[in-house]
Write a protein that binds this ligand. Structure first.
Ligand SMILES: [Zn+2]
Length: 347
């Protein structure tokens, strides 16, 4: 019993990130061995179903040169290996490298720090970052904000960083800025991208780059319309665009002056403090990366949303998330990452 007590005492003294490593080592949800292939076979090919059509008629279909088992689905006639269409596809790193990588992401480490800690190249670290964030976007697609939802838009400078000058698909629409700081146009010009944001009372948040320039009804409806649950109460400043959103989505709307701390309605108190705090956290988070390219800004919003909200920091959540990330079927591939449009595609 004293050994158990020692373990509990040691566990309690661990930092949050070390607890994740501890959990990823002992949890049943996670592979016990450092062998990615056997973990993927156990989790993705459960009950021998096909990873594409979930058909049950899957047969072994020889091995690849490196010894990886190949499978064939007799229903959809597609051939696959355990890592096909997953974030680990075409990578040859072990589970522990992926676990260390996720730990770095949760600690908001830079690409340089991550590549040194995980012994991977900078370009691999970059690709993995966006593969994970793309997968997270897909996994959280059906998450809605319910209850009292505070919403407001914020702005980020448009950055064309990462779009190659000699690319056949991209030509710089303006002269390059030095480190993105010398934007001369005052106010909300097309040099800034509008990012509608929303956060609810339980701390679940959502933000996505809308389009360059001033906020519009279309931009708010496109970004927040799909994320706010029907019957939610929307609290905003006096911007007209939110009236259109509330009308279209049949939401109860409470609007107040920006400098007003709280407002009373029907015996209840409403405010927009939470969304203001969210904006300042988001700005601080983005600043850490010394200029984020607009084409990747959406992914950084997803990353920030993952980190904010206390309930999301429980070890159980991290383990589940980790298992889901490794097993999820992806629809956006690593080689497509640099080919994204430089600005958000507006509907
Ligand atoms: Zn199939």
């Amino acid at each position: 019993m004293s050994e158990l007590k020692d373990v509990i005492t040691s566990y309690n003294s661990l930092s949050f990130s070390d607890r994740i490593v501890f959990y990823t080592t002992i949890s049943n949800d996670m592979p016990l061995k450092d062998d990615l292939q056997s973990f993927l076979i156990e989790t993705r090919l459960d009950s021998d179903s096909c990873i594409y059509c979930k058909g049950m008629h899957v047969v072994k279909n020889g091995k690849r040169k490196d010894g990886t088992q190949r499978y064939l689905c007799r229903c959809c006639r597609r051939s696959f290996i355990p890592s096909s269409d997953s974030i680990t596809s075409r990578t040859r790193k072990s589970v522990s490298v992926w676990a260390a990588y996720l730990k770095c992401m949760l600690e908001q480490k830079t690409l340089k720090e991550t590549s040194e800690e995980c012994h991977i190249s900078m370009s691999t670290a970059f690709t993995w970052r966006h593969k994970i964030l793309d997968t997270l976007t897909e996994l959280t697609e059906r998450t809605y904000l319910t209850g009292i939802v505070e919403a407001d838009e914020t702005y980020f400078n448009v950055s064309y960083k990462g779009n190659h000058k000699r690319s056949r698909h991209f030509s710089m629409p303006r002269k390059a800025h030095r480190r993105g700081n010398d934007i001369r146009a005052k106010g909300l010009s097309s040099e800034k991208v509008c990012v509608p944001c929303a956060v609810n009372e339980t701390g679940i948040s959502y933000a996505e780059p809308g389009k360059p320039g001033k906020v519009s009804s279309e931009c708010i409806k496109r970004v927040l319309g799909k994320k706010i649950a029907p019957n939610a109460t929307l609290c905003t400043d006096r911007e007209r665009a939110y009236q259109d959103l509330a009308c279209t989505n049949e939401l109860k709307l409470i609007q107040m002056d920006t400098d007003c701390r709280t407002t009373q309605k029907g015996g209840k108190t409403y405010d927009i403090q939470r969304i203001n705090a969210y904006h300042s956290r988001l700005k601080t988070f983005i600043r850490k990366f010394h200029g984020v390219s607009t084409k990747y800004l959406g992914n950084y919003n997803v990353w920030n949303d993952l980190l904010s909200g206390n309930h999301r920091k429980t070890e159980e959540f991290i383990v589940q998330l980790w298992g889901q990330l490794l097993c999820a079927r992806i629809t956006r591939y690593g080689y497509d990452i640099p080919r994204r449009p430089p600005l958000p595609v507006t509907a």
